[in-house]
Design a protein around this ligand. Structure first.
Ligand code: ZN
Length: 249
């Protein structure tokens, strides 16, 4: 077996972690935080080495030594996007673009500085009351859709189109909501040498992170977004080429 196959994927689950601490109803659903619940099901996979980080931790939970040791960063934020320092956002974007870290953005993370900065638009969408959602599996051969049926049901906050994102490189899931709206709910981007997966479920007052298919999709998303084994050093600049490959002919 190649050494690379044995290497664990180091996952950092970053959470704003405010709703759970200051709103009793949310704390009752996620007593260890949304990030704690996500860690609990990721920990079932021996290929993953999972740590937690939160906005109010020292250096927002992501000092350089933590970020530099992260293969995949999961991001949940909502109320306090503006409190995330711009220099941290830049470091995250840089790490994704260089192919050193994958990014999985959940639910209201569509408006995070991190998501906007990495994919390149404002991430605006429309939203409404919590309601019945059907998540449709649009790309069943995609690695993130592994083990997922053709559709499954959730009770979720309405997120609906138009969703102002760049055209996804791969659209894996699409959702129907009982009030008649639709939404591109699971999508992939290649950015620089790295990968980004956005997945819509995960409103703090709903229970979607307990759903077996949501859990499987997040696990699949982490593995898909993990850095590829790139066979050369990705440059940190735009180097001038002052030689001819044909000299070697
Ligand atoms: Zn929400």
């Amino acid at each position: 077996m190649e050494k690379n196959c044995e290497k664990k994927i180091n996952v950092t689950v970053w959470n704003e972690y405010r709703h759970e601490r200051f709103e009793a109803a949310v704390g009752a659903i996620y007593p260890n935080g949304i990030h704690g619940l996500i860690k609990s099901f990721l920990d079932e996979d021996p290929a993953l080495n999972v740590r937690l980080a939160a906005l109010d931790d020292d250096q927002n939970g992501l000092p350089p030594e933590v970020l530099d040791a992260t293969d995949v960063l999961i991001w949940w934020g909502h109320l306090a996007h503006h409190e995330v320092p711009d220099d941290l956002v830049e470091r995250i974007r840089d790490r994704v673009y260089k192919g050193r870290m994958g990014l999985v953005v959940l639910h209201s993370g569509h408006h995070s500085k991190v998501f906007r900065s990495v994919v390149g638009t404002n991430g605006n969408l429309s939203w409404g009351r919590d309601q019945h959602e059907i998540v449709w599996n649009l790309l069943p051969a995609h690695p993130i859709a592994a083990g997922i049926p053709d559709h499954f049901d959730l009770f979720e906050e309405l997120y609906c189109e138009p969703f102002y994102i760049p055209q996804p490189d791969e659209l894996v899931f699409g959702s129907w909501f009982e009030d008649g709206f639709i939404f591109r709910s699971g999508l992939c981007y290649y950015r620089g040498a790295g990968k980004v997966f956005y997945f819509q479920p995960g409103h703090e007052y709903c229970r979607s992170f307990y759903n077996e298919y949501v859990q499987r999709i997040i696990k699949n998303g982490v593995k898909w977004a993990a850095p590829a084994e790139i066979g050369y050093t990705v440059p940190d600049s735009a180097p001038m080429v002052d030689y001819k490959l044909t000299d070697n002919f």
